[in-house]
Design a protein around this ligand. Structure first.
Ligand SMILES: [Zn+2]
Length: 677
């Protein structure tokens, strides 16, 4: 591993932060923390932590000895001085004299000694940083270190690899007891460069940021070289089917099986030659079920993955049944694991949902699962890291981590759970929504509304530039798609399923307006309009329903049908007729798929400023009717202009209306001729 410290860059940090009244110690602490955090082989997603002992002024202007240590919720890769809250050092050092200290007292002791009460909670490993005397301390969960310590003979290997350079600390859960033990190991051999924490990670320390970081890189490189020399074995593989079912058919089945007590999850698929070798291994059941490579992964991935059968091509039903059996087994095993371990806590812990966050599919790859696309991505990243580490270990030895009880203590530790976002879930969190014609007008407003309500939004539109800009604005998936082209539609839906795992709600909105007197209009115009205003809806609805049926967890279809479907406007036949057919289409889906829990509803909007009713059209139409633009746009019972956001709200209401199907909501400011009866 390369040492990335650059003297010039370090000086830049010092100069830059001096302007913000940040001292040199903290500026350099930020610099080397970012160097560590920038390498996923060292730390991932909030893992690891760093500290510096320095001087800060309290509110009276008095100089105080403080420990600036990583705060909860910050990532080393992009940390700022605010992510290194200052805690009075002396009271922390005093805590070492205590025989025991509860977690609550430890957290309280750390918080009441903050110089700024608005700071985040100091890391759960703060006391370890405080009890060691060094100025700069770095801690990572390096892959190479874990590949050595997570072996049955990990401790012996550490002596072999690190000799007198490092102290070796047995596994203890982070907190007061570990901090005391680590300080004791250090004092027995004060010449060490750092400490190896069995089944957990590595600490290095020094008087300068450069030296502490340098030791980290040197020790990790030592571990890497050792692994390279020793590696020999490859996974012996099981016999797998010749051909596999495609990802877009497998993912919705697994997403459906992960549905639990009304809650959905998002899936993130990963594959590579390395991953395929791992999931195809003969002893997968042994090495994959030991637990995570470092304990704090467990809150995001749970300790065991779900291993499903290989999905053989043409035998999807068999796969589906096999996967359902192992999922039920997983749920019941998780429940027993909880009950067994909760006894030690006198039944006080509350069980988390028993659904796996990692699924391994022999022959294909792996899925990370989470309540959002982000959480699923984190689970998948951690899973990939675990695969790398276990692959290294199994090439030379046997993978082995902490006991089940220790894993449970970590998974159900309130301080670990506190690391997860406590933001309240929104109405559409865990929900995948596809919106067509999402590049502008009503579609774009609906995409924003669903995204604000917590949904994972996938946007389809012919206009690639428009959707990619909205997709990046709201963090959605944007795919160029012409809904009149059945092949493009099929490919787009497959892609969505490959990226997110399935579909819950379809807003079929894409449309275009044509005019003409019905007795004179050309067939070409009529057919063009039917292509988009009827077939466009049928193409996307058919694809959505297939995916929803394979998930077996219901779904929701929403059509934009327009008031023309019930109240034809003069010379608007080319637009109104296919819209009327689409209104019937909505009802037909409600009838044919109600039994599958799939609801189908529509919104009839009228006179909404959009791509179909442009400012130019408004100008000419109001002129033709001898009305001001304002009067034309608010020519309804309520005398108010209808906005795209109000139409979006109607889609949202229908998506929430669990007992409503085959219904139409009118959003037109009131038009008695177009009212439903
Ligand atoms: Zn750690």
């Amino acid at each position: 591993m390369k040492n990335l410290w650059l003297e010039r860059e370090a000086e830049n940090y010092v100069r830059y932060y001096a302007k913000q009244n940040v001292n040199e110690d903290v500026a350099l602490r930020v610099y080397s923390s970012r160097l560590l955090g920038g390498d996923p082989r060292l730390v991932l997603h909030g893992g690891g932590n760093t500290s510096v002992k320095t001087i800060a002024k309290d509110f009276t202007g008095t100089d105080i000895d403080v420990l600036c240590v990583k705060g909860s919720g910050w990532d080393l890769g992009d940390i700022e001085p605010a992510g290194l809250p200052a805690v009075r050092l002396q009271p922390l050092v005093q805590m070492e004299k205590l025989k025991s200290l509860s977690d609550e007292d430890m957290v309280n002791g750390q918080r009441i000694n903050l110089l700024d009460l608005n700071s985040p909670n100091p890391s759960v490993e703060t006391l370890l940083h405080a009890f060691l005397p060094h100025k700069f301390i770095d801690h990572t969960h390096s892959n190479a270190i874990l590949a050595i310590v997570d072996q049955t003979n990990g401790c012996d290997l550490c002596y072999e690899v690190f000799g007198d350079f490092m102290g070796i600390v047995p596994y203890i859960m982070p907190g007061f007891a570990l901090a005391k033990e680590a300080a004791k190991v250090y004092r027995e051999k004060p010449s060490v460069n750092g400490l190896i924490l069995l089944n957990h990670g590595i600490f290095t320390f020094a008087e300068t940021a450069k030296d502490a970081y340098g030791s980290m890189i040197r020790m990790v490189t030592r571990a890497e070289k050792f692994l390279l020399k020793r590696k020999k074995k490859k996974f012996s593989l099981v016999k797998l089917p010749k051909a596999f079912a495609p990802l877009h058919e497998v993912a919705p089945i697994l997403r459906g099986l992960s549905f639990y007590e009304g809650k959905r999850l998002i899936l993130d698929f990963r594959t590579s030659t390395k991953i395929k070798a791992f999931v195809g291994g003969k002893h997968l059941g042994r090495y994959a079920n030991q637990g995570t490579a470092t304990p704090d992964h467990v809150i995001r991935t749970k300790h065991k993955p779900l291993i499903v059968p290989a999905p053989e091509q043409g035998k999807l039903d068999e796969f589906s049944n096999g996967a359902a059996i192992v999922m039920h087994q997983y749920i019941s095993d998780y429940h027993s694991y909880f009950v067994r371990n909760n006894k030690r806590y006198k039944g006080k812990k509350e069980e988390l949902d028993p659904i796996p966050r990692m699924i391994l599919v022999p022959g294909m790859g792996v899925f990370g699962l989470g309540k959002s696309a982000k959480a699923a991505g984190i689970a998948a990243d951690l899973l990939e890291t675990n695969i790398s580490i276990i692959t290294e270990v199994e090439a030379m030895g046997t993978y082995s981590v902490i006991r089940e009880g220790d894993i449970f203590d970590m998974e159900y530790w309130s301080l670990e759970q506190a690391k997860l976002s406590r933001v309240k879930e929104k109405s559409f969190t865990r929900t995948i929504v596809v919106i067509t014609g999402a590049g502008s007008g009503i579609g774009a407003a609906t995409a924003r509304a669903f995204s604000d309500a917590g949904a994972e939004v996938c946007l389809l539109d012919k206009d690639e530039a428009a959707i990619s800009s909205i997709a990046s604005e709201i963090g959605g998936v944007g795919i160029k798609c012409d809904v009149t082209n059945p092949i493009e539609v099929e490919n787009s839906f497959q892609k969505i399923v490959e990226i997110r795992g399935g579909i819950d709600i379809l807003v079929s909105n894409a449309g275009a307006a044509w005019q003409g007197k019905i007795g004179e209009v050309s067939d070409e115009i009529m057919r063009k309009s039917f292509e988009i205003n009827f077939w466009g809806h049928q193409n996307v609805a058919q694809n959505a329903v297939q995916i929803m049926k394979s998930q077996k967890i219901g779904g929701c279809l929403l059509f934009n049908t327009s008031k023309q479907a019930v109240n034809p406007g003069k010379e608007f036949g080319p637009y109104g007729l296919p819209k009327a057919a689409t209104l019937s289409l909505m009802k037909q889906y409600a009838v044919d798929y109600g039994g599958d829990g799939i609801r189908s509803n529509a919104v009839n909007a009228d006179r909404v400023r959009s791509g179909l009713l442009t400012d130019k059209m408004i100008k000419s139409r109001s002129k033709a009717r001898r009305l001001s633009e304002r009067d034309y746009m608010s020519g309804n019972l309520l005398n108010r202009e209808v906005t795209a956001n109000e139409v979006a709200d109607a889609f949202i209401s229908l998506a929430k209306a669990k007992s409503t199907t085959a219904a139409v909501i009118t959003v037109d400011g009131g038009n008695i001729e177009a009212s439903m009866r």
